[in-house]
Design a protein around this ligand. Structure first.
Ligand code: OOG
Ligand code: NI
Length: 269
């Protein structure tokens, strides 16, 4: 039952944890305290809004598994558009997919990104393993730094390609932790860095969603010219509240998401 869905998420998890040692450690820490398995609220994927790799193409393998489109989200300043997907089976993790609005950047940046995407084989995009297929283009460290100047989302995506940029622990399903505040305290006690952009707790009970995240780990990446240590992926924590009909809210909160994107930024100060 649901073996294909299970296979997709376990491949995404394996790829994610291989570059996210802190997620592996936090997951282990929680697993030791809990009597039941850790439940994943959602994952997130990133792409450019260019053919053949746009949001819709990245959503395809999830649609094939019975996922349906949910809310839409706009991020004016970061020049991003996002949509979430959910499955009729409430146990299935939700999927948050965003795309960079490439046409909103200066022409030389657009040309650089179009150049990367021109290396992508459309057949590769049509495969069901596309969401965890990694980086399909060559990129130099110099180009990575140039993109980071205008968009850290763009530089992250250019360096890492197709992979989950985070998994999300569902606090609702934990016995040993009740709130995002408590989760953040545990993280800090264990020496992890909590993303404090916009505050350590994003959202509120009124938003029906409270979230927090670690700052991405930093790991070495092989660029075409050299190796460099850059932000990889992060771990997120979500607590959902019931709507008027008693069902837990299944959407996202744009103002919170706007800050969570920054979990893969370079740490400053
Ligand atoms: C997605 C950020 C948004 C959420 O839960 O609101 C998000 C990303 O960093 O790609 O995950
Ligand atoms: Ni998230």
């Amino acid at each position: 039952m649901h073996t294909e869905r299970h296979e997709l998420f376990s491949q995404l998890w394996e790829q994610y944890r291989s570059v996210t040692p802190s997620a592996e450690r936090v997951h282990q820490l929680l697993a030791e305290r809990e009597s039941r398995p850790i439940v994943n609220d959602h994952i997130a994927l990133r792409t450019f809004n260019l053919d053949p790799v746009g949001l819709d193409a990245l959503a395809e393998p999830f649609l094939a598994l019975g996922y349906q489109p949910g809310g839409e989200y706009h991020f004016e300043a970061k020049k991003l558009y996002a949509r979430h997907y959910e499955h009729p089976d409430q146990d299935a993790p939700k999927v948050f997919i965003s795309e960079l609005l490439v046409e909103k950047f200066p022409e030389p940046i657009q040309a650089t990104i179009r150049n990367l995407v021109s290396e992508v084989d459309p057949d590769r995009v049509r495969r069901s393993d596309f969401p965890y297929s990694g980086r399909p283009w060559q990129i130099s460290h110099e180009t990575y730094l140039m993109l980071a100047e205008v968009s850290e989302y763009a530089s992250w995506l250019a360096a890492w390609g197709y992979r989950a940029n985070h998994f999300t622990v569902s606090i609702n399903h934990l016995d040993s932790i009740q709130s995002v505040v408590e989760m953040n305290q545990l993280l800090k006690d264990q020496g992890f860095t909590v993303n404090d952009s916009g505050g350590e707790v994003k959202g509120s009970p009124e938003d029906l969603l409270e979230q927090s995240s670690t700052m991405a780990d930093r790991v070495p990446v092989a660029f075409s010219d050299r190796e460099a240590v850059i932000p990889s992926c992060f771990y997120e924590f979500a607590r959902r509240y019931p709507k008027a009909d008693g069902q837990l809210y299944t959407g996202f909160v744009a103002a919170s998401a706007d800050k969570i994107f920054e979990s893969t930024h370079e740490r400053r100060g």
